[in-house]
Design a binder for this molecule. Structure first.
Ligand code: TRP
Length: 451
């Protein structure tokens, strides 16, 4: 990782605990990422985490949290097979908030990860009332073309409504979910339609299907998403645990072990698990078939996710799905230029990738920033760059140079640099980016994606 860490701007939030909720379909501007991360038990993703690609989004902790990173990161760093799975709701024009996700996908693809991208047409139909055929055209002409122009190479780009393996899986997994769980996770109520209620199950199907034999088999799978999507990952991880015939966990009494469920063949299952664990170096084993347990007394808490992942192969060889729990990473949601979050439904809040440079510059000029109201006031108090949508444009997209970014940050904070100048420079850089992007867009060829 290049650069002097002292010059690096970091969005890494400090520790904190207070209660809040996350709604994947109605998340607003998130004011307190630390609270959110700590309350939901997300891990902090630091720039030095093993396996993380290069790039400003990672270096600056804009991708700031994770679940189960270590499993994916280690496999990627060791050159073992990995998959990446993410999705999009084709409900509005593509903007810079969406680009953040693609920048990550492309970075991982360049490191050799198998990429799967779901067009969430069923979810969009269920939650936004969009007809499937419109979603289809829009996803290809709008999103996929931009993805190619940004540098995405051929990968599995598919539609939820057309991939029978995903739908079958959603149905199979739905046996393990009851209404109380959906109520608790999503606040669903008696008036929620079944189509909407099914959306999280289809998403679980999306997330796990790359691990089916025909799509490459069990392997660590990263799901990079905006942090509002975390409830879906909690659900999917619980489902993996529920469908496993054998898995590794720490029991209530603190003992770590492989635990099997079901009646038939448990002894053989645990025996195979024991062999594999011994190969991994966990030799202090105690078998208790009546408890369905193989205790691993030399395993430590940090070994659990790795043992559990390895047991996926034993699970598969005994007729289970053989899923490893997905790893996930979470990025901050971009601030809108008009105050709230960046959203396609509010055109002035967002910079669209198809905006003309002059339109984009106009939006930046009008952006709500944090500087003082008058020259004197600004000199005295300065601005709050980490809360400013224009500073985010630099940090997330326009300014890769850490030293220059730090100058912008410090100039804003100490009141020596004014919003007008700052917006003018951001507008220029943005105009340059959009021109380059749009000239690549004209040539973008989506044929290799087989859609
Ligand atoms: N629900 C996601 C969104 O609203 C889209 C999505 C569908 C997705 N399937 C997925 C994201 C699988 C990650 C993984 O944008």
């Amino acid at each position: 990782m290049a650069g002097d860490a002292r010059l690096r701007i970091t969005f890494n939030p400090p520790d904190c605990r207070r209660a809040m909720e996350l709604d994947p379909w109605a998340s607003d501007r998130i004011k307190d990422y630390a609270r959110l991360r700590d309350q939901f038990g997300l891990g902090t993703l630091t720039p030095d985490a093993g396996g993380l690609p290069e790039g400003a989004l990672f270096r600056r902790s804009i991708v700031f949290a994770h679940r189960g990173w270590d499993l994916f990161g280690r496999a990627l760093a060791d050159g073992k097979p990995t998959a990446l799975m993410t999705g999009l709701m084709p409900s509005g024009k593509m903007h810079l908030g969406h680009k953040m996700l693609l920048d990550q996908v492309i970075a991982y693809q360049r490191l050799g990860t198998d990429v799967f991208i779901a067009v969430a047409d069923l979810e969009a139909a269920a939650t936004r009332n969009l007809p499937l055929d419109e979603c289809r055209d829009f996803a290809v002409t709008e999103y996929l073309r931009h993805y190619v122009a940004l540098g995405l190479e051929p990968c599995q780009f598919y539609f939820q409504s057309e991939r029978v393996q995903v739908l079958r899986l959603a149905h199979q997994l739905s046996h393990r979910v009851n209404w109380s769980k959906l109520e608790a996770l999503y606040g669903f109520s008696g008036s929620t339609s079944l189509a909407h209620a099914n959306a999280p199950l289809v998403q679980a199907g999306d997330i796990l299907h790359p691990q089916l034999a025909e799509f490459g088999g069990p392997r660590p799978t990263l799901v990079p998403v905006g942090v509002d999507q975390d409830p879906h990952l909690r659900l999917t991880r619980d489902l993996v645990a529920a469908v496993r015939k054998v898995r590794c966990r720490q029991a209530k009494d603190g003992r770590i072990g492989a635990f099997a469920t079901g009646n038939d063949g448990i002894a053989k299952l645990l025996k195979d698990a024991g062999k594999l664990c011994a190969k991994m170096g966990f030799k202090k084993q105690e078998l208790n078939v009546d408890y369905g347990a193989l205790y691993l007394d030399d395993a430590k808490a940090e070994d659990v996710e790795h043992i559990d992942a390895a047991l996926a192969y034993v699970d598969a060889s005994h007729g289970g799905f053989g899923f490893m729990a997905p790893s996930s990473s979470y990025h901050r949601l971009m601030l809108g230029l008009t105050g709230g979050k960046m959203s396609s439904s509010e055109p002035d809040s967002a910079i669209f990738l198809a905006d003309s440079p002059s339109d984009a510059q106009r939006k930046v000029k009008r952006a709500q920033t944090t500087g003082g109201a008058t020259v004197e006031e600004h000199r005295k108090t300065g601005g709050r760059p980490l809360e400013c949508p224009v500073f985010e444009l630099y940090a997330y997209h326009l300014m890769d140079d850490d030293t220059k970014l730090k100058e912008i940050h410090d100039g804003c904070a100490d009141g020596s640099w004014f919003c007008g100048e700052c917006k003018a420079l951001a507008g220029d850089l943005l105009g340059g980016f959009l021109e380059g992007h749009q000239s690549r867009l004209v040539k973008a060829d989506t044929k290799a994606f087989a859609v």
